[in-house]
Structure formats: structure tokens, C-alpha cells
Design a protein around this ligand. Structure first.
Ligand SMILES: [Zn+2]
Length: 254
């Protein structure tokens, strides 16, 4: 099942010309994501259909997701769950190889990135996670459900905006691609990752003023583009509410 998913993602998104074509047709306009067709391809010709080598009907789930770096190639991606450098110590995205979002959410992220570059030309957004299939959410839950960390991972029955491709985990990187110091790593389990009492955390010596200012810059650019923060994780941003996501988007199951 998972192999079929990745095939679709790669087939659809890794071929830039074809991606332009599919977005053009699905949305009835050529500039949905604000990028140019680099080769002057006629997007209404030579459009291959999605293939399904495993015989699964996954097409509807994935046909509208786009690879973030196809929307803005200067956004950095370090997909933590595709490595062992995450809280589970496991490669969870063994077949999902890059960060994907709903097209309108990816466009919001590109707008945030444009805004960041306009106020700090040397800085870049660095994405750690984007769409997270529900099957992966279940794996995460199984990993933490009997540990003190269970409260930091959404129960798969509750769903997450990640499961709809409508949330992103990210930070800001400097001109060399190094993450700014936000006071904790991505997916840190603890109150230092929260954003609701950063002044108190400074007073207690848990965070420095510079770390909080770095977080504030991240929030400023993401909120500028319409994203919303959550209290417990400085790195997580939702594009909309969960009820809105359920209305607008299809749940990504696998
Ligand atoms: Zn998140």
C-alpha cells in the first residue's frame, strides 16, 4: 500500500512540467501557485494519467498534493521522519521522500517564505514535516502510548491537520542552512517547546531572549501568511481549523 502511495507522489510531483499541467487542469488556471512554466510546455497536451502499479485507487487522495519545493525551490526541507533523527528513532517515512501539502497551503507557505526573505534576505524557512499520512500517525501513537510522551502525540482517532496536508512543522535557517536556535530541538517533549509562557521561561533561565526572538520571527512570518500557532509546539503551524480541513480536504490515509 505505502509503495503505491509513493509512486503516485513521485509520478505526479517530481516531474515539474507534468505538475504544472495537472495543477493547471485541476484548478482551471495556470498561475495557481504563482510559478512559471520553465520550458514553455503546453500544459494541455501530453498529460499522462497517473499509474497505479499495485492496483490501489489512491489517486483521489493524492492528486491535489504538491511538493513544497516545486512551489518554491528555495524553501529548505529536512524531512525528519524520513530519517532516524526524530523522537521515535525510527524511519517512519521510508517511502515518502519529501514534504507535500495541499496546493493552497503550499502557496501560503511560499508567501511566508517571500515575506521572510523580504525582511531578512539571508534567512530561509526549513521544513521538518508536512503531510503525515494517518497510518504514520498510528505508528507514532503506538510508539509513545505507554510512555510519558503520549500527551505530545495526537491520538490517531483525533486526527491532525498534518493528516490533511494542512499543517507544517518548520523552523528558520541561516544563509548556510543552519537552523536558528529556538531553545529546543524540533519535537522536544517538554514545556520549553511551548509558546504560551516564553517570558516566564526567560525569567527562569530556560530560554534566552535571542531564542524567543527567533521564535517570534518564525511566528511573525507564518502568521503574516495566515497560519495559526498552537500553544505546545513552537515549530507547528496550522493553515486552518480541523473542521475547515475536514470540509476542504481529503484525509490522507496511507
Ligand atoms: Zn506538527
Amino acid at each position: 500500500m505505502a509503495i503505491a502511495v509513493v509512486f503516485f507522489v513521485n509520478k505526479r510531483c517530481f516531474d515539474l512540467e507534468n505538475l504544472h499541467c495537472k495543477i493547471d487542469i485541476v484548478n482551471g488556471q495556470s498561475d495557481l501557485l504563482g510559478f512559471q512554466n520553465p520550458v514553455g510546455l503546453n500544459c494541455h497536451q501530453d498529460l499522462p494519467g497517473l499509474e497505479d502499479p499495485a492496483g490501489h485507487d489512491q489517486q483521489s487522495q493524492y492528486q491535489k498534493l504538491v511538493r513544497i519545493q516545486d512551489v518554491d525551490s528555495s524553501i529548505l526541507v529536512d524531512l525528519k521522519y524520513a530519517t532516524t533523527d526524530n523522537f521515535t528513532g525510527m524511519v517512519l517515512y521510508d517511502v515518502l521522500d519529501n514534504a507535500y501539502l495541499q496546493p493552497d497551503v503550499a502557496r501560503m507557505l511560499a508567501n511566508a517564505h517571500l515575506y521572510l526573505k523580504s525582511i531578512h534576505p539571508g534567512l530561509r524557512l526549513l521544513v521538518y514535516d508536512a503531510v503525515r499520512p494517518l497510518s504514520i500517525q498510528r505508528t507514532m501513537w503506538e510508539r509513545v502510548k505507554d510512555t510519558p510522551y503520549h500527551r505530545y502525540v495526537a491520538h490517531p482517532d483525533r486526527l491532525s491537520l498534518h493528516n490533511f496536508g494542512a499543517a507544517a512543522d518548520l523552523t528558520i535557517a541561516d544563509s548556510l542552512g543552519r537552523p536558528l536556535d529556538m531553545g529546543t530541538p524540533f519535537d522536544h517533549f517538554g514545556r520549553a517547546a511551548g509558546i504560551s509562557d516564553e517570558e516566564g521561561l526567560i525569567m527562569q533561565g530556560v530560554l534566552t531572549l535571542q531564542q524567543v526572538q527567533n521564535r517570534q520571527l518564525l511566528r511573525r512570518v507564518m502568521h503574516h501568511a495566515g497560519f495559526r500557532s498552537i500553544s505546545g509546539e513552537w515549530w507547528h503551524f496550522n493553515a486552518c481549523s480541523l473542521p475547515e480541513a475536514k470540509q476542504r480536504y481529503e484525509l490522507i490515509e496511507n
